[in-house]
Design a protein around this ligand. Structure first.
Ligand code: PEP
Length: 251
């Protein structure tokens, strides 16, 4: 059975002090929830505080990006080894905001994914179509191509540490949500692509999240879809009550 994973993406929000008080508030609210894995992906400077605050709880900590080189002249970047050493377990790779504002391509997403996996991190690999691609009726082709390019050269063994987050770009931070049927259908296309690449068992095992304005009001319906195994949550992950309600919906 594949695991349901509810992950928050804080983006560029929360200072270390806010991180400590948020996790102190959240931990008792989600304590005992064991039907899903709970992850908070936080800004780099918050990770050490988050790891410390989450000790002894069921909350796992992730980063929001990682560089593909082990070390070297990459001013401003952070390596997988650095993340591991401070207790990071997960990392988001290929978020649409990285693709849109910071020039990420499927090639660099693939490199970052490989570097993260080699260091022992679990990867939340984001992909999804933009609005024009959905309107043009090429969503399935786009997500299938991204899946193939982003996973190129990754072994079946490594794939066990990959979660795919299907995030239609037009639904991120916009308040627009894919309908449960749309989200399920596209997650199904991604699963079939994984099946073609790695076989049926791997496709049935991989966790595929939906992300895009998931919140306390719509989570239950989205998470009830057969191909949706969790959520990557932006805005609603910044409010402990809302994030807890999404975790509860995953039970
Ligand atoms: C995200 O940042 O991955 C995301 C889905 O954001 P939001 O939930 O705010 O749409």
């Amino acid at each position: 059975m594949r695991r349901t994973v509810i992950a928050g993406n804080w983006k560029m929000n929360m200072t270390p002090a806010q991180t400590k008080s948020f996790i102190t508030e959240l931990a008792p609210m989600v304590a005992g929830q064991d039907k899903c894995d709970i992850v908070l992906c936080v800004p780099y400077v918050d990770i050490a505080t988050a790891v410390e605050a989450a000790k002894g709880t069921n909350i796992h900590i992730g980063a929001e990006n990682v560089h593909f080189a082990e070390s070297g002249a990459y001013t401003g970047e952070i390596s997988a080894k650095m993340l591991c050493e401070i207790g990071t377990e997960y990392v988001i790779v290929g978020h649409s905001e990285r693709r849109q504002y910071f020039g990420e391509t499927d090639a660099t997403v693939n490199l970052r994914t490989k570097a993260a996996l080699a260091a022992g991190l679990k990867v939340i690999l984001c992909l999804g179509e933009v609005k024009d691609e959905r309107l043009a009726g090429i969503t399935n082709e786009v997500v299938s191509m991204q899946t193939k390019l982003d996973l190129a050269g990754i072994s079946a063994e490594e794939l066990k540490n990959v979660i795919i987050a299907y995030e239609p770009v037009w639904a991120i931070g916009t308040g627009l949500t894919a309908t449960p049927e749309q989200a399920d259908e596209t997650c199904g296309v991604i699963r079939e692509t994984v099946a073609a690449l790695y076989g049926r068992d791997a496709a049935e095992e991989i966790t595929i999240q939906y992300g895009g304005s998931m919140n306390d009001a719509n989570a239950a319906e989205l998470l009830a879809q057969p191909n949706i195994d969790g959520g990557l949550i932006g805005g609603a992950s910044l409010v402990a009550k809302k994030f807890t309600a999404i975790v509860d919906a995953a039970q």
